[in-house]
Write a protein that binds this ligand. Structure first.
Ligand code: CDP
Ligand code: ZN
Length: 168
């Protein structure tokens, strides 16, 4: 059976909002009175993008590649993890067609940072920033996001086999 020329990936992540931590989303250090808790810099959006890439490749998830029990990844910038996922993707002969991301946060406002986030992700993956879309939504004060207990992010993307002429 012919291998598909394009493959879909999806990623979802949640981190807890706590005091005394920086808030890093999409590689941007956002000025806020709380931050996301985690072993790395807890960049919830970049983790979702990494998971979407790994998923599209059929390579499991971020926890398998970068275990939170490994001291090597303590406090690490998630942008480095994104670059590693991008390198794995290219090694497998794929590139991203496009991606669409959602940051789910009651606070703070993400829109002022969208352009920088878009550029960071595009740079991390050596792709054109016009192919990276960033959205944000509150959950209308409902649930753990709405109660400001945590922030979630989701990413959907397509990757294509750079040598294949097959669509599917
Ligand atoms: O229902 P809808 O998503 O339109 O409303 P909302 O959640 O109140 O979001 C309104 C606008 O605020 C959206 O266009 C988002 O891009 C933006 N937003 C934001 O910049 N930062 C957030 N944490 C949540 C929403
Ligand atoms: Zn995470």
């Amino acid at each position: 059976m012919a291998k598909p020329g394009i493959k879909i990936g999806t990623g979802y992540d949640v981190h807890k909002l706590v005091t005394g931590r920086k808030l890093i989303i999409g590689g941007v250090d956002i000025k806020f009175d709380r931050g996301l808790d985690g072993h790395s810099d807890a960049d919830v959006l970049i983790h979702a993008v990494c998971d979407a890439i790994l998923g599209a490749l059929g390579c499991g998830d971020i926890g398998e590649h970068f275990p939170d029990t490994d001291p090597e990844f303590k406090g690490i910038s998630s942008m480095i993890l994104l670059e590693k996922c991008g390198a794995l993707m290219r090694k497998n002969g794929y590139e991203v067609v496009n991606m669409d991301c959602i940051v789910m946060a009651q606070v703070p406002k993400i829109s002022p940072h969208k352009k920088k986030i878009q550029e960071n992700i595009a740079r991390g993956l050596n792709m054109d920033s016009s192919l990276v879309n960033i959205k944000a939504t509150t959950t209308e004060k409902l649930g753990f996001i709405g109660k400001e207990e945590g922030i979630a992010a989701q990413c959907s993307l397509l990757i294509k086999d750079v040598r294949s002429k097959n669509i599917i």
